[in-house]
Design a protein around this ligand. Structure first.
Ligand code: PLP
Length: 245
């Protein structure tokens, strides 16, 4: 006889998870998934498979760049040698804030954006300068004004052009090209926080960089957050392998 799956509903309580909504309240603020949508069974199986395949090696300190099989899977999106797996977008942003910038440097950010990301940049001693947005994302002329005003002191600009948080805007290609042209002209590195592109339901959405080489690729650094990358879907919030391309 096989045991019926346990209900883990009772584990959704303070002290175990970050926040619990009152009964009958669906809190859309933090973007939490329904408990039933979390693939606990799938994950249990995946962990078991990994332990069978890698044994104690799976429990050792891993490769600094992330496990090779994961990096190889991610490499479908780029060169494996350029893949660094981190524990979520915030970890990646922290690495950038401390390695690409020094305290006092300017980071250009969207007028509205991921609040904790901006806080993390401030905590690293960086000067966070918001750039105005309109209905299609960051305003290229405001971006140009900011790039000119802070020339020489800008560590990077951080943007989420696809399913922007909190507006949901997908920046049209023409606007992306205009922003990249400004970045190119002023030598500003754009960091794309691509946290949500895999949430697309129909078709594909673009990366920040158009795939022809008319704009210098060297200016783009993409933070790609795709939980369990191969699945092309965001599966659950508490575990976020992430990679740089
Ligand atoms: C644009 C953006 N980036 C990143 C994150 C989350 O980062 P992490 O992977 O560190 O949880 C969020 C979460 O709200 C977000 O909106």
């Amino acid at each position: 006889m096989t045991a019926a799956p346990l209900s883990h509903r009772r584990a959704w309580r303070s002290g175990i998870v970050q926040q619990v909504s009152p009964a009958r309240v669906v809190d859309l603020g933090p973007g939490y998934l329904q408990p039933e949508l979390m693939p606990a069974g799938l994950l249990a199986e995946a962990y078991q498979n990994a332990l069978v395949e890698f044994g104690s090696a799976a429990l050792a300190y891993g490769d600094d760049r992330g496990a090779a099989p994961l990096r190889a899977a991610v490499a479908g999106r780029g060169d494996q040698d350029n893949v660094l797996v981190t524990a979520g977008s915030s970890h990646a942003l922290y690495l950038l804030a401390t390695m690409l910038a020094k305290p006092g440097d300017v980071v250009l950010v969207e007028q509205f954006g991921y609040d904790l990301g901006q806080r993390l940049l401030r905590d690293a001693g960086l000067r966070v300068v918001p750039v105005s947005m309109d209905a299609h994302g960051v305003d290229p002329s405001a971006f140009e004004d900011a790039a000119r005003a802070h020339r020489g002191r800008i560590a990077f600009a951080c943007m989420t052009p696809t399913f922007h948080n909190p507006t949901g805007v997908v920046v049209p290609e023409r606007r992306r090209r205009e922003l990249l042209a400004v970045a190119d002209r002023f030598g500003v590195l754009i960091v794309e926080d691509d946290a949500y592109a895999d949430l697309v339901l129909d078709g594909e959405v673009q990366d920040m960089h158009p795939h022809d080489e008319s704009i210098q690729r060297g200016l783009m650094l993409e933070i790609d957050v795709s939980e369990w990358g191969a699945s092309e879907a965001v599966l659950f919030s508490g575990s976020k392998p992430l990679w740089f391309l």
